[in-house]
Every structure is written in structure tokens, then in C-alpha cells.
Design a protein around this ligand. Structure first.
Ligand code: SAH
Length: 275
């Protein structure tokens, strides 16, 4: 499978975040911020379907960008070499790393992920903030859903912090494979399912983790409400500060009360409780 890489010139982190959020509605698999540009990766066939619309969007924002084709092998090398372990503080301290990194020290929870093609290496501000929020909460003995699991990093963190059972779901086959690999590497068992809310229809959970993007979260909000009983937790991320009010309104309309809002680098986590 070959990927197209869009290199979009950016002046600062804020501009990179804005382009990441704008392109989140398209099937880009991953974003990587370099010094003066944002690299966005998308499967060639997917790009062919949305090229015109993406081109128009970037032109509207006066972006300057170049397109390159990436061979799979180069991609993997680039990914692995750029992936540094991430430490998360909290009630249970966590190290998110790849198999080739040194194990976590004594007393620190070791989360080993197989990045493959999926987003979710712990590099992204939202992944780190979601992991930290999970580590601060107490999901001991509970059954959770990780919607949009990517590498499964959040489900693994939840299990290692005491959750009883996790169902991890992603619409992307690559992410599901990566999630299974990551679970095996980290020594946890998860129920990994490929699809979206359709593959958990009618099931109940004690908490839901969803780090996707604003529009998808708003679309899924009523399904999240159905999947939780009163008192159930919903942790959402994948959106910027300016989107918080939309998320809060959408959550309130579906019977959620906002319990806390946290920020990392302009990216937000909203924690809600089902009323
Ligand atoms: N949970 C991981 C990955 C977040 S990236 C982390 O926190 O790092 C968002 C993930 O959501 C991607 O893997 C993407 O494939 C998945 N996704 C996007 N739209 C989805 C949908 N409608 N249903 C399920 N998964 C979806």
C-alpha cells in the first residue's frame, strides 16, 4: 500500500494544529510536525477521491504545500526512527514506548505499542492528555470502550490502570492489526473489533474513551449516551480549544454533564458523566 505525503508549510505549532484539525475530516492516517512544515499521510487511493476537495480547502487557507509519494518501507523506517518513548504522570505513572526501547523502570506501567501505520504513538498531545486523564481517574473493575482505538494505547493504559475489560474499535483495518499487536506486546487481553459504533450496538459500558475529532464525536454522542448508564464516564479528545463549546453543547443535549476540561498544547480533553 503506497501513501501520499502532503507537506504543508507552517509558521508555528498553532498553524500546524489548525491544518491538522482542518484535514481531520479526510481519511489521513497520520500527521507529523517537522520544523517548518506539517506532513500529512494518506493512502494513494483515498487521496485520489478527496484530492479536489483537499486542494480547495488548502487554497482557501492560503496554504503552501507540496505532494510526494511515499513507499511503505520508507514510511515505516521514518515512523520508527521518529518515535520516542512518552512518560505520563498520574495516579499510576506510565511509559508509552515501542518494543525496541528500554523497559519502564520499576513502579512505572509499561505500555508497548506497535505503531504500524496508525496514529496514536503517544506522541500526539491528545494521546498523552487522554492517557494522563485515565491515569488520574479510577476505572478499577470497570468495562470500557475505546472508540477509534488506533494502536490501542488508551485501552491498554485503562487495563493497566485497573479496568476489568476493554472493547477496542477502529474503522481502519491497519489500526485494528496494530491494536492486536500492541495488546500482545503489552501483555493485556482486549476485544478488538473493526468498525464503528455499529459493532457495539446495544452493549453497555461503564466508560467510553474517544480520541477522534470534533465532527465524528458530535455524530457519535447519542450512541455514546446509549452505551452508558447513569453515572457512566465519557472521555473525549481530538479537538481544539475553540471546539470545546460545540462538544459541551452536544454532550449536554445527549444527557451528559461536563465534569472537567483539560488542555495540552491547544488540544483538549473533556470528561463528562452521564446524568
Ligand atoms: N485512540 C488513539 C488513536 C486516536 S486517532 C489515541 O488516542 O492515540 C483516531 C482514530 O479513530 C484513528 O485510528 C481512526 O482510524 C479512528 N476513527 C476515525 N473515524 C472513526 C469512526 N467513525 N469509527 C471508529 N473509528 C474511527
Amino acid at each position: 500500500m503506497n501513501y501520499t505525503q502532503l507537506n504543508i508549510s507552517v509558521q508555528d505549532d498553532e498553524q500546524a494544529d489548525i491544518f491538522t484539525a482542518l484535514l481531520a475530516d479526510y481519511p489521513f492516517d497520520s500527521f507529523m510536525q517537522e520544523e517548518d512544515h506539517l506532513s500529512a499521510y494518506i493512502i494513494n487511493e483515498e487521496y485520489a477521491l478527496c484530492r479536489d476537495s483537499v486542494t480547495q480547502l488548502l487554497a482557501e487557507y492560503d496554504a503552501s504545500w507540496q505532494v510526494a509519494e511515499v513507499e511503505q518501507q520508507n514510511w515505516n523506517q521514518e515512523w520508527e526512527s521518529g518515535f520516542e518513548p512518552v512518560s505520563v504522570e498520574g495516579r499510576c505513572p506510565i511509559l508509552i514506548r515501542a518494543a525496541h526501547h528500554s523497559p519502564a523502570p520499576e513502579g512505572v506501567i509499561d505500555v508497548i505499542i506497535a505503531p504500524r501505520m496508525s496514529f496514536g504513538t503517544g506522541h500526539h498531545a491528545t494521546t498523552a492528555l487522554m492517557s494522563q486523564t485515565i491515569a488520574q481517574m479510577d476505572f478499577a473493575g470497570m468495562r470500557g470502550l475505546d472508540m477509534g482505538c488506533g494502536t490501542g494505547v488508551l485501552a491498554i493504559v485503562a487495563l493497566k490502570c485497573g479496568a476489568r475489560e476493554m472493547v477496542a474499535v477502529d474503522i481502519d483495518d491497519w489500526a485494528c492489526d496494530s491494536c492486536r499487536d500492541s495488546g500482545a506486546l503489552s501483555g493485556v487481553e482486549m476485544d478488538v473489533r473493526c468498525g464503528s459504533m455499529d459493532v457495539v450496538g446495544g452493549e453497555k459500558f461503564d466508560f467510553v474513551l474517544a480520541n477522534i475529532n470534533r465532527n465524528i464525536l458530535l455524530d457519535m454522542m447519542s450512541s455514546f449516551a446509549e452505551a452508558l448508564d447513569a453515572g457512566g464516564w465519557l472521555l473525549m479528545s481530538g479537538f481544539l480549544r475553540e471546539d470545546v463549546e460545540h462538544i459541551e453543547r452536544g454532550a449536554a443535549e445527549c444527557g451528559f454533564a461536563v465534569e472537567s476540561v483539560a488542555e495540552n498544547d491547544g488540544w483538549m480533553v473533556v470528561v463528562c458523566k452521564k446524568s
